[in-house]
Design a protein around this ligand. Structure first.
Ligand SMILES: *Cc1c(COP(=O)(O)O)cnc(C)c1O
Length: 395
């Protein structure tokens, strides 16, 4: 009987059991390898490991057994060939740019990506001669029109934050590939439980493990999932040299996070979906952005592309900023923070926090109104969450 391959197991099984390499101690739970370096049996073995002629650990900037277990597991869950972990989500995005772009290259990026991603492309890669154009996430014609002879990379996040718009990954991948470009998808909001971008044509997935993969707001980390070729030839050499490594301790936390990811994601989505439908009914709410609502412009696409509608939603309050701040300030349980993907429900006012550095005109263009509130639905009792949201408004 041949052994069943990890690729043939379901995601829930992979999340719990894949990537485990039990040591001679027969431990049941994954150990943390807190070691910076490794020893060799001889000078010859050292030489051969350094040059990669024989496999084996060399130095924890680029090989660590705990980090490797996290990488193996996440690669399987995303149905990708290979994964590399990084010190943060931003370090993972930085690695993609540093390893795949050069001076003179051009990037097309969705306008509604994480703020630091915009700054990284604009202010830092820009300094080294990489240009970037930002386009409307859902407008395929804009993606097509932005292509130049030197375009190398497309970059997007779906769903977007905080308006929760959904991009058609398959169609944007086709546009990218026709122009010989790679498509990078930041899969932080969906995780492999809700969406597998590589199966939809994306070439590279980037993660902020800080959010749902951890799930309890403990560690900062990131990852890149791609083909063996892209990882081995381009991204791994950059990690080895650039050094934005994930620590073994954080990898150990994220491994435990992955074990409960599927049940947590389903519960987050259920709570978000319930809150969205409840908010629609409230007269203090002008509109709700959530793909689980049939009124959402990409409701059908979200149904095809995702297994659930996601754990994050936003809504616009009647009464603008004053009402938004009143609602936020009156909460007693919900955390006022821009973080997301936590078992704790979080609430944020994008116009004065995450998008506060934009000019009022740019904010209006991005659709971030003063009455907009974003919620990352946690796993507390739904009635308690609703009661907490109502506190400031019932006065
Ligand atoms: C948080 C976040 C990042 C950055 O990740 P860090 O781990 O904070 O560096 C990137 N993309 C998205 C969508 C995020 O939410």
């Amino acid at each position: 009987m041949t052994e069943k391959k990890w690729q043939e197991y379901g995601l829930e099984t992979q999340a719990i059991r894949a990537g485990v390499h039990r040591t001679h101690e027969d431990e049941h739970s994954v150990p943390i390898f807190m070691t910076s370096s490794y020893v060799f049996k001889s000078a010859e073995e050292a030489a051969m490991r350094f040059t990669g002629q024989i496999p084996g650990n060399v130095y924890s900037r680029f090989n660590n057994p705990t980090v490797r277990q996290f990488q193996e597991r996440l690669a399987l869950m995303e149905q990708g060939e290979s994964c590399l972990a990084f010190a943060s989500g931003m370090a993972a995005i930085m690695a993609i740019g540093m390893s795949l772009l050069k001076a003179g290259d051009h990037v097309v990026c969705s306008r509604s990506v994480f703020g630091n991603t915009v700054l990284l492309f604009q202010n830092y890669f820009g300094k080294f001669g990489v240009s970037v154009d930002f386009v409307n996430l859902t407008d395929l014609a804009e993606w097509q029109a932005a292509i130049k002879p030197n375009t190398r990379l497309f970059f997007l996040e779906t769903p977007s934050n905080p308006l929760i718009e959904i991009a058609d990954i398959r169609k944007i991948a086709d546009i990218a590939h026709a122009a010989d470009c790679l498509l990078v998808v930041d899969n932080c909001f969906c995780t492999p439980v809700l969406q597998k971008p590589l199966l939809l044509g994306a070439d590279i997935i980037v993660h902020s493990a800080t959010k749902y993969l951890d799930g309890q707001g403990r560690c900062v980390g990131g990852a890149v999932v791609a083909s063996n070729e892209l990882i081995e030839k381009s991204i791994y050499p950059y990690l080895r040299t650039g050094g934005a490594t994930m620590s073994a301790f954080n990898a150990w936390i994220f491994l435990a996070g992955l074990e409960t990811l599927a049940v947590r994601m389903r519960a987050h989505c259920e709570n978000a979906n319930h809150l969205a439908h409840w908010l629609v009914e409230q007269d203090f709410v002008a509109s709700v952005n959530y793909p689980g609502l049939t009124t959402h412009p990409q409701h059908e696409l979200a149904k095809q592309q995702q297994t659930h509608f996601g754990g994050v939603l936003s809504f616009e309050l009647v009464g603008g900023k004053e009402q938004a701040w009143r609602m936020i300030d009156a909460t007693q349980m919900i955390s006022i923070t821009a973080n997301l993907g936590d078992v704790k429900t979080t609430i944020t006012h994008p116009a004065t926090t995450t998008h506060g550095r934009l000019s009022p005109e740019a904010r209006a263009l991005a659709g971030i109104s003063d009455g907009l509130v974003r919620i990352s639905a946690g796993l507390e009792d739904l009635e308690d969450i609703k009661l907490d949201l109502l506190r400031g408004l019932s006065r």
